[in-house]
Design a binder for this molecule. Structure first.
Ligand code: PBE
Length: 299
């Protein structure tokens, strides 16, 4: 449709507009103006999240690889991104966001990942548990529980959605634990209770990590720990694990999303295991948008 605008004179565009309206383009969908490119319709803006998130770095790289020179990646927060998504979605307006799975937004809205033929966002990602060096010697019971902690997208989804629907984080986590005693028993298998030992867990305010850290906090408390949850940005989180000011985190997305952090702090942290398989990051749009690939952003 961009082509018609370029090839035809203004008068012809005006005439054509009447025809387009008759073709069902007047369905009230703001932003569905078919004379616009996707870029024009979203003002060449990708709605991002916190600047330290791995997905922001991956998106900057993707923008280079796909030659999206006119586009801007706008940083904000996970909560601001979902607010912008809701606002656009409610009006059926176009929007491009940095998205990841697991996330409640896929349950709430009809969304799709843009295909990534150049593999800018990597293949399958995992969420891994990391700890400071010396954790095993200092807090062996916690180390074992954290190493045994793993769950599924469905498990996390239940906690995330409950929180999103207004449940208090701790209540959503406790409800999940009550319903999943068998899984919790696997994480704590073979571990003796402790007597009030202190453990500091660091996480970032990403919906996925809010869910996981609230669950493990209660599990560790049940095992006798005094758990301090600290919410930080991604950079400070990795620094805290590396310098030992935090003990552990469930928030390491690897091999790609947090590669820069993992490389930077190599040898200064320990991987305790994979806590979730098959997670994903990329660019996400509502299904009503008529594009399928990141390459379509160039058109
Ligand atoms: N995320 C969620 C994070 C990891 C977890 C995809 C927003 C990031 O991009 O760093």
């Amino acid at each position: 449709m961009r082509l018609t605008k370029k090839v035809l004179g203004l008068g012809a565009v005006a005439l054509l507009a009447v025809g387009l309206a008759a073709c069902g383009n007047d369905d009230g969908k703001a932003g569905a103006d078919s004379t616009q490119t996707v870029g024009e319709s979203v003002k060449y803006k990708i709605t991002g999240i916190d600047p330290g998130a791995g997905i922001m770095e991956a998106t900057e790289k993707a923008m280079e690889e796909y030659d999206l020179t006119e586009w801007d990646l706008v940083s904000g927060s996970s909560a601001a991104m979902t607010a912008a998504l809701k606002k656009a979605y409610d009006k059926e307006e176009p929007i491009v966001v940095t998205g990841w799975t697991p996330h409640w937004k896929f349950a709430k809205y009809e969304l799709k990942y843009l295909e990534d033929p150049k593999g800018a966002y990597g293949d399958e990602e995992q969420i891994r548990t990391i700890g400071r060096t010396g954790l095993q010697a200092d807090l062996p019971e916690a180390y074992q529980i954290l190493s045994q902690f793993k769950w599924t997208e469905e498990d996390m989804g239940k906690v995330m959605i409950a929180i999103q629907e207004g449940e208090k984080e701790a209540v959503a986590a406790q409800n999940w634990i009550d319903d999943n005693a068998d899984k919790v028993a696997e994480w704590t298998a073979g571990v003796d209770k402790v007597d009030g030992d202190k453990i500091k867990l660091a996480y970032v305010a990403w919906d996925s990590e809010i869910a996981s850290h609230n669950v493990i906090k209660l599990v560790l408390e049940e095992m006798g720990y005094n758990v301090i949850l600290t919410q930080v940005e991604a950079g400070p989180l990795w620094t805290a694990i590396a310098d030992g000011s935090a003990d552990a985190s469930l928030a390491a997305w690897l091999p790609l999303t947090h590669k820069t952090y993992a490389d930077k702090f190599e040898g200064k942290f320990e991987e305790l295991g994979i806590n979730m398989e098959g997670v994903k990051v990329g660019l996400v749009v509502p299904k009503y948008m008529d594009i399928t690939s990141i390459e379509d952003l160039k058109k």
